[in-house]
Design a protein around this ligand. Structure first.
Ligand code: 13P
Ligand code: ZN
Length: 212
């Protein structure tokens, strides 16, 4: 049955399913966060602005061309240009997820972390799914300068944390981007859980072996 559905139809349904799953588990409260997918013709499906990821209507998702012009559907997320900057810099990216997931947001507010790489390599899966995590300087949500700051980092990193805001993660597929964002959220939670305790992260050699 799946094979009979067009790519766009399948992706619309998948965006709604992933959004609901993230929302139901408390990873995208209220109407925060946004999701996009790049279709094989280069056009982009995005969640509409002010939409709850828990109640997306697949038929009303925003459809934009590769230059970010609105083609159809509801008005796109205010981070449309940010998503587009990720795709421009990452030829292999097929999806981008942005959340306001609590522990990642907490991490984005902590002072005195290394802005080039906010978290130590606590676990193998964190290194495998996320790798290094840079901090993007603060700009207001939807600000063009926020998208341009993301663009500068996107060629070298698929995952990043917006200061006082939340994570942005690209993946080859939407599932890849979703799972990496979830791994980031869980590792931020672990890091906060371990606060004040002596920790023993992976060694540089162990982490490098996982980065490949
Ligand atoms: O997370 C958000 C802004 O950063 C949500 O904005 P949108 O509702 O426009 O997608
Ligand atoms: Zn946001």
């Amino acid at each position: 049955m799946t094979g009979l559905l067009s790519e766009a139809t399948r992706m619309r349904d998948l965006i709604a399913d992933v959004g609901k799953s993230l929302f139901d588990r408390g990873l995208s409260p209220g109407s925060t966060g946004n999701i996009s997918v790049r279709l094989s013709d280069g056009s982009l499906l995005m969640t509409p602005t002010n939409a709850s990821l828990g109640a997306l209507d697949p038929a009303r998702l925003s459809h934009l061309d590769a230059q970010c012009n609105h083609l159809s559907g509801d008005k796109p997320t205010k981070e449309a240009f940010l998503h587009s900057c990720m795709y421009c810099q990452r030829a292999s990216a097929g999806a981008v997820v942005h959340l306001h997931s609590t522990h990642s947001v907490a991490l984005s507010v902590l002072a005195d972390l290394d802005p080039q790489d906010l978290l130590p390599p606590l676990t193998a899966y964190y290194v495998m799914r996320v790798g290094r995590l840079p901090l993007i300087p603060y700009f207001a949500p939807g600000d063009l300068d926020l998208a341009l700051a993301v663009e500068k980092t996107a060629a070298s990193h698929h995952a990043m944390l917006l200061s006082n805001h939340g994570p942005v993660v690209a993946g080859a597929t939407l599932r890849d981007a979703q799972y990496a964002t979830e791994e980031l959220e869980e590792t931020a939670r672990l890091y906060l859980l371990l606060d004040g305790k002596k920790i023993r992260p992976l060694s540089e050699k162990q982490a490098d072996a996982l980065r490949g």
